[in-house]
Design a protein around this ligand. Sequence first.
Ligand code: GRF
Length: 198
Amino acid sequence: MDKRIRIAIYASGGGSNAGIIMERFKQHKIAQVALVVSDQPGAGVLALAKQFGVESLVASKSLLADGPEMLDLMRSKEIDFIVLAGYLRKIPNEVVQVFSGRIVNIHPSLLPKFGGKGMYGMRVHTAVVAAQEKESGMTIHFVNENYDEGAIIMQVRCSVDPSETAESLQKKVLQLEHLHYASVVEDVCLKTVTGNVD
Ligand code: GRF
């Protein structure tokens, strides 16, 4: 029987980070990406999951807002660790509590700046450029009950040049995400879950 740690990735969009994480765990001895969950039927991440042979499902808004139902789903798939990668919904408090220390998220700014409800995707980079920030970057953090407020695991910075546009900044920050997220997921997941696995 496959005893590897089971990771679920939640994603709403293209899933470039999710793809890199699936690649990282493809032949991994200790952990595997066992499930991709999306709220968007047309999300690119679903095609990526198929490519990697990872089970995926599109869950309804009502299921995704319902803590006990989401916990049932995670239990039925025997999920040990949750990774949010461009997932736009709030994780219900019951799930946050049960998975405390076992849910991570990535955000494309230096939190606590430019985070919170409604701050996602290009909106973040547009706000950073409009505020004439000298630097931006990405934040990987644990998920708690509030949007973008859990304990920070890693931040990596980049400059915001005088000629920067929201589009060019998005590219820069996404490169940083691609460089770091999968290895941080691996580190945190192995550290936090190993004690819980028979
Ligand atoms: C990333 O910028 C991430 O920080 C944010 O959503 C975006 C997802 O991009 N949470 P992708 O779907 O992984 O390409």
